[in-house]
Design a protein around this ligand. Structure first.
Ligand code: NCD
Length: 292
């Protein structure tokens, strides 16, 4: 079994369930310091708060020493390549490498050329395996299982690695998934539904940020129009099923895809997702270091 975690689609349902069980054990208080003294390097070539720093907390919880690579202060500024930068840390003998990069499947150029296990913290619009795992853990805690649940992913579907990763894995776990949002960000083959229908039918409403940094041209809608048409405001909560929950990978833009007073409402699991991010990342590091 590969110790890398690059794409969830290459993991079986059993492997995914094993990671979730280990993450839940950590959430329930299991301690593990077997990896004391090992070294992790977090290499974020794109901005990140949650993914980067929850990896950091997870690594420290497991006893690892952590290097936070800073691209702006590195020899990338002297035209050193991405490949050579990663090879450098691998040569230092680090035990696990976490990478986020704007290029889809950036990891393909590294496979077979580095010896440390590689954990993907997000590649372009492609994959975000640890985000999906923490979303799944949050859903499992809420509903007990996945089979038959309905999820709606709403927002900038086309540019979202979170949407792409969740759409695939959730269906494989027996969930029914639809997408909704502005026409300019829709993607074919992703079961589009009008916003109000998606809100009415779903057990999980997953909102996404508009990924402006990936757009060639500005959004056609103003932020106010976006909020009116596709934003989750307090009045629209009434359309939701009684036990339906709200999720968002964050960062969220209050007043655009989600109203100020909805972020921390009873139905919101947004900060629970962040908390679960630490446990899921502890589990995938444990797996990478050969102990799951
Ligand atoms: C997401 C990402 O980077 O893909 N954030 C995250 O990791 N929690 C979503 C986003 O940036 O909108």
């Amino acid at each position: 079994m590969s110790r890398d975690l690059l794409e969830l689609k290459s993991l079986s349902v059993q492997e995914i369930q094993a990671i979730l069980s280990q993450a839940q054990a950590f959430a329930d208080g299991e301690k593990c310091t077997d990896f004391t003294g090992r070294i992790a390097v977090n290499m974020f070539f794109e901005p990140s708060t949650r993914t980067q720093y929850s990896f950091n907390v997870a690594e420290e919880n497991l006893g690892l020493r952590v290097i936070s690579f800073n691209p702006a202060g590195s020899s990338l500024q002297k035209d050193e390549s991405f490949y050579d930068t990663v090879k450098t840390f691998d040569s230092f003998g680090v035990d696990v490498i976490v990478i986020r990069h704007s290029e889809n499947e950036y990891y393909k150029q590294l496979l077979g050329h580095i010896s440390a296990p590689l954990l993907n913290g997000g590649d372009g619009t492609g994959n975000h395996p640890t985000q999906s795992l923490l979303d799944l853990l949050t859903i499992k805690q809420e509903f007990g299982s996945f089979e038959g649940l309905r999820a709606a992913i709403i927002g900038d579907i086309r540019h979202s690695r979170v949407a792409h990763t969740n759409f695939e894995v959730m269906q494989r776990l027996g969930m029914e998934v639809c997408t909704s949002g502005p026409e300019e960000y829709r993607e074919e083959g992703m079961n589009y539904k009008p916003f109000s229908e998606a809100l009415r039918e779903s057990d999980i409403i997953m909102l996404l940020r508009v990924q402006h940094e990936r757009h060639a041209s500005a959004m056609q809608l103003s932020k106010e129009e976006y909020h009116r048409l596709y934003g989750l405001s307090a009045d629209k909560l009434e359309l939701m099923k009684p036990k339906a929950i709200i999720m968002h990978p964050a960062p969220f833009n209050r007043g655009v895809e989600i109203a100020e007073d909805v972020v921390e409402c009873d139905r919101s699991r947004i900060f629970k997702q962040m908390k679960n991010g630490v446990f899921v990342r502890m589990a995938v590091i444990k797996r990478a270091l050969g102990d799951l």
